[in-house]
Design a binder for this molecule. Structure first.
Ligand code: ZN
Length: 900
């Protein structure tokens, strides 16, 4: 699943003791081992125009010991009848007893049944889910569609079963659907039967062994677009049928994603040395979707904006489309062919798909610089991992809240970074050989982290130290901080190194914790530079540098490491002097050293602003904007009016010339990079430092959009589509009510997910108190989709002018917010409303509310811990840095420049 990409925009388990059947208390965590599913046969009768569906489920199970009841999962299902029978016996009624809100239920046989194979038969119905879980309904252009999203624990909302990833079985699926509609599922359709009233019963081929969370189907008036099959390869003898599926009328916009897919599949097959295993491949664009996309084998479901592209699509979306496609297709091996047995090993799915998505993108589309995106994501993960409350990559999983919470930047970003670091240490070839062996040995079964580490270790030459080092990053929380100091006394160059857990000022206390770090330093002397590595697995170490005393060094060569660095002051100054000439990757590592120093109080405000000056002209956007968050923080929390103006002038002087060279409109034949750079420049200047020049330019585009097309609709084509979000947001802020009215009216007629998102987020940018309140209520109403609401609120919270009113509203309307957001967002709500808060009193307020009113919402306890800690860290940082250093910088600026 691709969740983290969507979270970025927002904020911006030991299993319970298994209770054997025979006692009445329901198990928490994993189900007991009394029974195990062998095969499912499911028939759903689905009319998207109705409020719910009816279904039957036949499950063949192995009862492994005598029992009078078994436990399984079913959630919010109205079970009308349950029967059981032995292989030879007659059907007998059983009792169905829902036991827990989490979806655990008992089936009681009415007698003690000996160990053997049994058949269970369920007849049930349920309402379609309203929060994008299980079998849910959504609308596009007035038409209803039914789509599934089972991961992680929502298959139980669609059918009774054993809803844990360790249970992998074949599925036989039938769908009964009304006339005129289309249905697709994991496997190809094998038969069709007419039913009364024009309905049809579609039968699909038996699936390979799958866990419940990967079952998928969709029903609606879809456009089905067939592409040429993907040609056979050395690994796959048969051509692979390929289709894409879109809401009615949108089929033509699937062409770009379809055209990109064969090369991705082939590259993955070549890497794994293993054929795509699911017989056919469909890509489906869902009108509303909780995550970015979902890797259901044979039927990958995407949020429609990632699949429906055309000439107007923003460059950012085109790139995301390719990357997310690569991510989901990588899952066809990692997750779908080999599955983790329990959610504590979720990283085996998500870290791998993330790491592989970047490897494939880097190979097939090098201009996209997935390597830099990967470093940026690593740094975001390190920020999350800097909290004392950070979880481990392999965290015990106790309940559904823990499961939902595991889909975070640590599982995705840290996991992927750890893989990249250990791939570099082991070598690309041995690493690939280890992965090939892992897939071959565990195909269509389950495998754990230990299985993976064993496969990698046996393919390389590092021995047991490889496993020890890798586990040190998976099994303990936190990110290492490596202190370094260069000592060139006596004609010998030495780095004195010390590692500890990284904490910002006011954060956790320093714990005696060590990692096995594949540590690499890049150092330069004159015109030459070289890299040197060693395993750093003790608290203190010394590294003797070959080649004499360097002019500068960077203790994270190529930014490949998952660790942060603190250079001695003189060493940092030497590095800052050469920052503008470092390579693209290492400029990002330099930026992170500045961030870490600022968070720890070792780099002051002037140091950050100087580093921004060094990076502003960088070749890549990633480096040029690497310190944006620090800039916004300084401006929000330390600056008065005069300082804001001085910062604005400084940033304009650094960045505005680059924007003026590019202009505000797309140019024929320009690169995607140019389009993306323009969008980032406009966002920084117009939204983050309120540049009057840039705001006026984008407002002109916004007014042209609002002037309309003469038929009562907005004229989006009057804006540069790459800038649309910023254009509409600035327009809402500058024009107020008329712009809010216009966007709300347009939303009622717009199905396109990307246009909708630009509009709803622009509404969130409204800072006028009355309009902001109106937007909040609008965001939890029927006109806004469930997948959109949190984005609106996140944008509101981002603007400090809205925070107090949003908080007061949020406490009153919390239940409505929960009802109008996907389940995986709920655990993040504390952080969403705490974003930007910076006093200890605010931390207490958030804690009081969530501890009392929200304790029952799954996952919010962990989210609260993170939110409270983030607020307190902000407060500590503000106390440390104060306003004086900034005022000194302002005075120096005035004295220095004609522009100051
Ligand atoms: Zn994923």
């Amino acid at each position: 699943m691709n969740v983290v990409r969507w979270l970025v925009g927002l904020l911006f388990f030991a299993c319970g003791a298994a209770i054997a059947a025979g006692t009445a208390a329901p198990p928490s965590g994993k189900l007991p081992d009394t029974a195990e599913p062998l095969q499912y046969a499911l028939t759903f009768r689905v009319d998207p125009a109705a409020d719910g569906f009816s279904a039957t489920a036949d499950i063949r199970i192995a009862l492994k010991r005598p029992a009078e009841r078994i436990w399984l999962h079913a959630r919010e299902l109205q079970v009308e009848r349950v029967e059981w029978r032995t292989a030879a016996g007659r059907a007998q009624p059983a009792r169905f007893l829902p036991a827990q809100d989490s979806g655990v239920a008992a089936v009681e046989f009415g007698e003690t049944v000996p160990a053997q194979e049994l058949q269970l038969h369920f007849v049930y119905r349920a309402r379609y889910d309203s929060r994008l879980e299980g079998l849910y309904r959504t609308r596009r252009d007035g038409q209803p569609y039914v789509v599934t999203q089972m991961e992680p624990v929502s298959a139980r909302r669609a059918f009774p079963g054993f809803d844990e990833p360790r249970f992998k079985t074949p599925f036989d699926l039938q769908l009964e659907i009304p006339a005129g509609l289309q249905a697709v599922a994991n496997t190809a359709q094998s038969a069709e039967q007419p039913l009364a009233g024009g309905w049809r019963r579609l039968t699909f081929r038996t699936t390979p062994k799958l866990p419940t969370y990967l079952l998928a189907f969709a029903v609606g008036p879809w456009d089905l677009v067939e592409a040429a099959p993907i040609t056979a390869t050395a690994w796959r003898r048969q051509p692979l049928p390929l289709r894409a599926i879109a809401p009615r009328g949108q089929g033509p916009r699937l062409a770009e994603a379809l055209a990109a897919t064969p090369a991705i599949v082939t590259a993955l097959e070549d890497y794994f040395g293993y054929a795509y295993a699911f017989g056919k491949l469909d890509l489906l664009a869902a009108p509303d979707f909780s995550a970015g996309a979902m890797e259901n084998p044979g039927l990958v479901i995407f949020r429609e904006s990632l699949l429906l592209l055309d000439a107007n699509s923003p460059a950012q979306l085109r790139r995301a489309s390719f990357e997310v496609n690569a991510h989901e297709l990588a899952h066809q091996w990692f997750g779908d062919t080999v599955t983790m047995p329990w959610w504590d090993d979720l990283w085996l799915n998500e870290a791998f798909a993330t790491w592989m998505e970047r490897r494939i993108t880097q190979t097939l589309r090098p201009a996209q610089r997935a390597d830099l995106r990967s470093i940026v994501a690593t740094q975001q993960a390190m920020a999350a991992d800097s909290l004392a409350s950070a979880r481990r990559v392999r965290q015990p999983i106790r309940d559904n809240g823990d499961i939902e919470g595991a889909f975070d930047s640590l599982t995705y970003g840290k996991g992927a970074a750890v893989l990249g670091m250990f791939e570099a240490w082991l070598g690309e070839q041995p690493f690939r050989d280890g992965l090939r062996r892992y897939v071959r040995e565990h195909a269509f079964a389950s495998a754990t982290s230990d299985d993976l580490i064993a496969a990698l270790q046996s393919a390389g030459d590092k021995g047991a130290s490889f496993g020890r080092a890798m586990r040190s990053f998976l099994d303990q929380p936190g990110v290492p901080l490596v202190h370094s100091e260069l000592d060139c006394a006596g004609g010998k160059a030495r780095l004195r190194l010390r590692q500890q857990r990284y904490f910002p000022l006011g954060g956790g206390t320093v714990a005696a914790q060590t990692w096995g770090i594949p540590f690499c330093v890049h150092r330069g002397k004159g015109a030459t530079s070289t890299t040197q590595c060693q395993l750093l697995d003790r608290a203190e170490a010394e590294m003797v540098l070959d080649g004499g005393c360097p002019d500068w060094y960077l203790p994270n060569a190529q930014a490949r490491g998952y660790y942060r660095v603190a250079l001695a002051a003189a060493d940092r100054a030497a590095l800052t002097r050469v920052a503008a000439s470092l390579n693209d990757r290492e400029q990002l590592a330099f930026a992170d050293a500045i961030k870490a120093g600022f968070e720890r109080g070792e780099v002051d405000v002037a140091g950050v602003l100087e580093a921004i000056g060094q990076l502003a002209g960088a070749r890549t956007r990633e480096a040029a904007f690497a310190l944006n968050a620090e800039l916004v923080w300084i401006r929000t929390h330390l600056a008065d009016e005069a300082a804001r103006a001085a910062i604005g002038t400084y940033i304009e002087r650094l960045y505005l010339p680059r924007l003026q060279t590019l202009g505000y409109l797309r140019r024929a034949g320009e690169s995607e990079d140019a389009a993306l750079l323009r969008a980032d420049l406009v966002e920084l200047l117009a939204r983050k430092v309120d540049s009057p020049t840039v705001r006026a330019a984008v407002l002109a585009q916004g007014k042209a959009v609002l002037a309309g097309d003469g038929k009562g609709r907005l004229r989006f084509a009057a804006a540069n589509y790459d800038l649309l979000g910023t254009v509409l947001a600035v327009t809402v802020q500058e024009l107020g009510a008329p712009a809010v009215d216009a966007l709300i009216a347009e939303l009622a007629h717009t199905g396109d997910a990307n246009l909708r998102l630009s509009m709803v987020m622009a509404l969130g940018a409204s800072a006028d108190p009355a309009q902001a309140e109106r937007v909040r209520e609008f965001a939890i109403g029927d006109a806004v989709q469930v997948g959109e609401t949190a984005r609106v609120l996140g944008v509101q919270q981002y603007d400090s002018r809205n925070r107090a009113a949003l908080w007061s509203w949020f406490q009153r309307r919390y239940a409505a917010v929960v009802a109008h957001t996907p389940v995986f967002v709920h655990g993040r709500l504390p952080e969403l409303v705490a974003e930007g808060w910076c006093t200890r009193e605010q931390a207490r307020q958030v804690a009081r509310f969530f501890a009392r009113d929200a304790a029952q919402v799954e996952g919010s306890a962990q989210g609260l811990l993170r939110a409270e800690e983030a607020i307190n860290l902000c407060a500590a940082r503000r106390e440390k840095h104060g306003a004086t250093a900034l005022q000194r910088w302002v005075a120096l600026q005035r004295a220095a420049g004609p522009a100051g």
